[in-house]
Design a protein around this ligand. Structure first.
Ligand code: PMP
Length: 402
């Protein structure tokens, strides 16, 4: 059969008409995280744990046990809320004298970022307000973008404006590394109670504390002692990403059963359930306390790395930037001494010098020019961190004299 010569040439598919939110996003997360995937600069822009410290033999053993003990249940579809035994193990682990948790308080999620996303899916209509700190976690801003929310700065003392929920990273915040002290936690809880606004406590870093005293969680502080099941207004998020490995993609939301049901409904259409295999592996790890036993190793290594980065910064950057040494977590937040300096404009100079960082503006829901930048200290050994800081210092001086 011959093709007719007067057939109109195929126009090909129409260019996709992307949704409104795609035009709003700065789609910057991938850009910064991807620096690490090709040879090139020293990557201080990532947010990754040290891969050489993943407890591979513990995961290997847990994976074998998961298949032996759970058999086909570890390979089938599971309940949307998560494996009951894992929900129970997490409820048990987080319960204290004043906080009594049941499996009904726990939803297993595909990393804690999925819990962040589900909260937006369950609560936000376009134009609804979220109270968040400036700056705040970029992944949360990305996750909520399709919901078209508004943001208002979370006031720590003043009464809260109308909003669907408030979002905080109270331990070693991403990006600032800051910790909310007890008084600030109390203030948040009173404001949340006064206004009836849900309070999301995102806590992936709490266990990575290198010095200083542990603060009680907002979840625990908001509990009414003596009640059989938690019914408060905090949604607490946790994960195995920092204490075991992010590739497991196992996290959890802990909150009142009504909210768990809403989040489970939101999750149903997202992924049916978190990988049952990964959940069974997580259960075996948690039963053996493998994650908690691994934490001291991480703390020793990360403290040394933090100290190496901060000492190098003291030597090479102190005239240009200021920062506080974080008590834990993965990041140092530096702010230029020169008012009005735009770290986004500094970035190409840094890449040219062979080092990457994340400019502060991407953590601001308003996208304002920022004189700050975030450096990660967990994913590189001390000597590489020191070289990264030297390169950043060279770049900043070249930028200043351009
Ligand atoms: N919340 C915060 C504040 C984070 O920094 C991260 C990871 N970078 C996450 C949530 C998501 O972690 P995961 O989905 O791997 O549990």
């Amino acid at each position: 059969m011959s093709t007719s010569s007067n057939t109109a040439p195929s126009a090909g598919p129409r260019p996709p008409e992307f949704a409104t939110w795609m035009k709003q996003g700065n789609n910057i997360t991938q850009q910064f995280l991807s620096f690490g995937r090709r040879p090139g600069p020293i990557v201080l822009s990532g947010g990754l744990p040290a891969p050489e410290l993943y407890p591979i033999s513990d995961v290997q053993e847990a994976a074998r046990d998961a298949l032996e003990k759970h058999g086909s249940a570890a390979l089938g579809y599971g309940a949307v809320e998560g494996l009951f035994d894992l929900r129970e193990a997490i409820a048990h682990r987080l319960s204290t004298d004043r906080l009594s948790l049941a499996p009904e308080n726990v939803l297993i999620t595909t990393g804690s970022l999925q819990a962040v996303e589900l909260i937006g899916k369950a609560l936000i209509d376009p134009g609804d307000a979220i109270l968040a700190e400036y700056p705040t976690y970029l992944g949360a801003l990305d996750a909520w973008l399709p919901r078209l929310p508004r943001y208002a700065e979370l006031p720590h003392e003043a009464p809260w404006p109308e909003a669907k929920f408030a979002y905080v990273v109270p331990n070693f915040s991403n990006p600032t590394g800051a910790v909310l002290k007890r008084k600030a936690r109390e203030a948040l809880l009173s404001r949340s109670a006064e206004s009836g606004i849900w309070l999301v406590e995102d806590d992936p870093y709490g266990e990575l504390r290198y010095e200083g005293g542990v603060q009680p969680s907002l979840l625990e502080m908001s509990a009414v002692p003596g009640t059989a099941i938690y019914e408060g207004s905090v949604v607490h998020l946790g994960t195995l990403s920092k204490t075991i490995a992010p590739g497991l993609r196992v996290g959890w939301a802990v909150c009142a059963p009504d909210m768990i049901r809403a989040l489970a409904q939101a999750k149903q259409g997202s992924d049916l359930s978190t990988s049952t295999f990964c959940q069974a592996v997580a259960l075996e790890l948690i039963r053996k306390d493998a994650d908690r036993r691994h934490v001291p190793t991480l703390i020793d290594a990360y403290r040394e790395r933090r100290d190496a980065l901060c000492a190098a910064a003291q030597e090479h950057l102190a005239d240009l930037f200021e920062w506080s040494v974080p008590e834990g977590g993965m990041f140092v937040w530096m702010t230029a001494r020169q008012p009005g300096l735009d770290t986004y404009a500094l970035l190409p100079f840094a890449l040219e010098a062979g080092v990457s960082f994340v400019p502060g503006s991407v953590f601001d829901s308003r996208g304002l020019v920022s004189p700050s930048l975030r450096l990660n200290f967990t994913a590189n050994p001390p000597d590489i961190l020191q070289e990264g800081v030297r390169r950043l210092s060279r770049a900043a001086r070249e930028f200043a004299s351009r």
